[in-house]
Design a protein around this ligand. Structure first.
Ligand SMILES: Nc1nc2c(ncn2[C@@H]2O[C@H](COP(=O)(O)OP(=O)(O)OP(=O)(O)O)[C@@H](O)[C@H]2O)c(=O)[nH]1
Ligand SMILES: [Mg+2]
Length: 251
């Protein structure tokens, strides 16, 4: 179980490449609250340092969160295809195991650092800070952080990103925002992904998904997207562009 929520059975996080690792000893029940507070306090401090470094380098950092398989890496591949001539892009990939996603990103000609978390179900700011040391920040405009596929824990850990984007795939059901409110409430943008599959999924109702999302995050924008077919990609790129310009003006 992880020391935050009790879901990490392992003891070690690893960022491949620079040998970073931390041991986590499961605390006794009476200690858990204090450990939570200390853990999140330390995490937030590291996240603030990450954000400051990124901002100093005029980098816009986007944290992508969703269930496993909702289409995060596919969206990144599409985004790179569309934006690489305009922006310098880098990606930090989070998964329990394998370098698969980083390989997919590198195949697009973009630098990617793979973090493998062992059994941990989320990235944290220390892991991201360590991954940042492996990137030349002077050569990046947009940094995407693909979080571990999970609708719960990633929402609790600030990584130093500037914006959170959450994907909800049509294959997951339209009631997820109400069932997992924390992550949807933390989002700056919701992407309903794989809408090309809608004709096959008569149970998924776009209006129900929008209502469910509005019930937890009324003022947050939502886009319908198919990274495969291209629906909504123009709007997604426009959101990214606007966000980057906005952050540049305010820094
Ligand atoms: N039909 C359809 N399939 C998609 C779309 N986007 C992704 N997929 C498929 O969904 C599966 C998972 O996609 P990934 O991009 O690997 O998902 P992910 O969120 O990165 O997965 P994890 O990193 O394991 O959490 C793959 O088989 C993709 O081809 C889409 O827009 N439409
Ligand atoms: Mg992925």
């Amino acid at each position: 179980m992880c020391t935050n929520c009790g879901c990490n059975g392992g003891k070690q996080y690893t960022v491949q490449g620079d040998g970073f690792s931390v041991d986590h000893t499961p605390p006794g029940e009476t200690v858990i609250v204090d450990v939570h507070r200390a853990l999140l306090f330390d995490n937030d401090q590291q996240a603030a340092r990450n954000r400051q470094r990124l901002t100093e380098h005029n980098i816009t950092a986007i944290n992508l969160m969703s269930s496993p398989g909702s289409g995060k890496t596919t969206l990144l591949e599409r985004t790179i295809d569309e934006l690489l001539t305009r922006y310098r892009i880098a990606v930090i990939e989070g998964d329990l195991e394998t370098e698969n996603d980083a390989r997919r990103i590198r195949a697009k000609g973009v630098e990617a650092v793979q973090i493998t978390t062992g059994n941990a179900c989320h990235l944290d700011a220390v892991m991201v800070g360590s991954a940042l040391q492996q990137l030349d920040l002077k050569l990046i405009d947009l940094l995407f952080i693909e979080n571990v596929g999970n609708l719960v824990c990633p929402a609790s850990f600030d990584l130093g990103q500037h914006r959170n984007v959450t994907l909800l795939s049509t294959t997951e059901g339209d009631d997820k925002p109400e069932k997992y409110p924390l992550i949807f409430r933390a989002s700056d943008l919701l992407l309903i992904s794989k809408i090309d599959l809608l004709p096959l999924l008569d149970e998924f109702d776009l209006q129900c998904a929008a209502d469910s999302f509005a019930s937890v995050a009324a003022d947050t924008p939502l886009l319908q997207l198919s990274a495969k077919r291209g629906d909504g990609v123009t709007q997604w790129l426009a959101w990214l562009n606007d966000t980057h310009q906005q952050l540049q003006r305010s820094s």
